[in-house]
Design a protein around this ligand. Structure first.
Ligand SMILES: Cc1ncc(C[n+]2csc(CCOP(=O)(O)OP(=O)(O)O)c2C)c(N)n1
Length: 469
């Protein structure tokens, strides 16, 4: 080693950038300024593509949806104070939707905190209510460990937003090059040793679930965006195909099993929910989107089998059977259990017939409306034109970004999703303003797919300037 390289040092910005790159981060969404400009350019030098936004809100929505699309945390970079406050939109949206995200913000010099420093804010206190984890690097040596820890926390259990605060003085501290490389290596192996992505699965739940589905008269499979996130499509398609059980997707669960599948109950949603006797809920919460699993939308005595990665969710909903685990793994285990004693509802089964007939009638009614060319446009005519253009694209299917009130609601019924993770909408929080950030994330997360945004003018207006990005 020459004396020059022996003396080489790495500052906090470069160390954070290198740790993020070593942990697998490939894209970063944000707005630069004091004190994170150097972190962004160091990240670019370390091979991370930095997407410079107009506003941190949209960058945050991009990072959140990137987490959903890729299964790895979306990275949001902000400046201190107001940048951090704008970033809260993306951080909270990610946590509400159970999508992994890591927000990294610079903060004011630790020695000046409490004295009215430039863009000063207690950013740990500000982010804590919206994050699974909010941590601060108080010295440069903390950076690699906290980067790996926060990225792992974002994807473990129920995914969500995490926050890492790096004060300005820490970004400027230096370490000898040799120590920096060793600290990144040590943080990487410590994180791999402590992080176990295979969630605990309760075996007795699997047997009970298979048995309940087998004995049910009117079974239903509900597919949430958690199943899409878990890449459970193959397992769920197999379950539906081998058992003949109708399925109902939530808005972003659409496409896990193709919308055009004969057993889709999407167009017979009310009937399927109101009359089922056993409902297997995979990767969806029994929240407002599913009417809390309560009457009058659901029968009083319906038996829920709830598959979720989060123990608190199962405790909260008190299902007939709760299975804690990854959606893909659990459904694979249910398939294996069913294989030993298979069953299949025939198309002529009264329950299947009732659902398919209702769905067909409703779709025919909608199609009659869609076929009319109404000028000036109502919601149906343009959505039919867009639907047909999207379908003409074939596979890989475009990613549809949908927001607005009527535009999103009518779009959910009209637009067809035949592939998983091809619909991004306002989500669990009904957040307007997500559209453009989603489009940018989709374009970089799935470059092989066309991205089609179908938005109301109000929704679009929240973030229209991001078109430039
Ligand atoms: C962050 C946020 N602010 C406000 C709202 C309230 N809100 C719900 S729908 C909507 C506007 C919908 O209008 P538009 O996008 O034009 O869609 P359209 O109903 O015309 O299809 C607003 C402002 C919201 N859901 N989220």
């Amino acid at each position: 080693m020459t004396s020059d390289s022996a003396a080489a040092t790495v500052d906090g910005s470069a160390l954070a950038a290198r740790a993020l790159a070593a942990a697998g981060v490939r894209h970063m969404f944000g707005v630069v300024g004091i004190p994170v400009t150097s972190l962004a350019s160091r990240a670019a030098a370390a091979g991370i593509r930095f997407l410079a936004f107009r506003n941190e809100q949209s960058a945050g929505y991009a990072a959140a949806s990137y987490g959903f699309l890729t299964g790895t945390p979306g990275l949001l970079l902000t400046v201190s104070g107001p940048g951090c406050v704008h970033g809260l939109a993306g951080l909270s949206h990610a946590t509400a939707n159970a999508w992994p995200l890591l927000m990294v913000s610079g903060s004011c010099d630790q020695a000046d905190a409490g004295r009215g420093d430039f863009q000063e804010l207690d950013q740990i206190a500000a982010t804590k209510p919206f994050a699974k984890l909010a941590v601060k690097a108080t010295t440069i040596g903390d950076i690699p460990r906290l980067v790996f820890h926060a990225l792992a926390a974002a994807v473990s259990g129920r995914p969500g937003g995490c926050y890492l605060d790096i004060p300005s003085d820490v970004l400027h501290q230096t370490l000898p090059e040799s120590e920096a490389a060793a600290a990144i290596l040590a943080a990487d192996s410590a994180a791999s040793a402590s992080y176990n992505p295979n969630h605990k699965t309760l075996d007795e739940g699997i047997e009970k679930a298979a048995d309940l589905l087998r004995r049910a008269e009117r079974p239903l499979v509900v597919i949430g965006k958690g199943a899409a996130y878990a890449r459970a499509e193959e397992a769920i398609r197999k379950l539906v195909d081998t058992t003949g059980i109708p399925f109902l997707p939530t808005p972003m669960g659409k496409g896990v099993v193709p919308d055009t599948h004969l057993l889709s109950a999407a167009a017979a949603r009310s009937l399927a929910m109101a009359q089922c006797d056993v409902a297997l809920i995979v990767g969806a919460r029994l929240n407002w989107l599913l009417h809390f699993g309560e009457p009058p939308k659901w029968p009083k005595d319906v038996k829920f089998v709830l598959v979720d990665v989060c123990e608190e969710e199962i405790e909260l909903r008190k299902p007939h059977v709760g299975i804690l685990g990854d959606a893909k793994r659990v459904v694979e285990l249910i398939n294996r259990e069913i294989k030993d004693n298979p069953f299949c509802l025939a198309r002529s089964h009264p329950w299947v017939e009732a659902i398919t007939k209702k769905a067909k009638d409703n779709m025919l009614k909608m199609e009659t409306q869609l076929m009319k060319d109404v000028v000036p446009f109502n919601f149906m005519t343009p959505l039919r034109i867009i639907r047909d253009a999207i379908l003409a694209e074939g596979s890989p299917a475009p990613i549809v970004v949908s927001e607005g009130a009527n535009t999103m609601d009518v779009g959910r019924a009209v637009l067809v999703q035949n592939e998983p993770r091809t619909r991004l909408d306002a989500g669990t929080w009904g957040t307007m303003g997500v559209g453009l950030g989603y489009c940018i994330a989709a374009a970089v997360a799935a470059p092989e797919r066309l991205v089609v945004a179908v938005e109301g003018d109000s929704g679009f207006g929240f973030s229209a300037m991001e078109v430039e990005v």
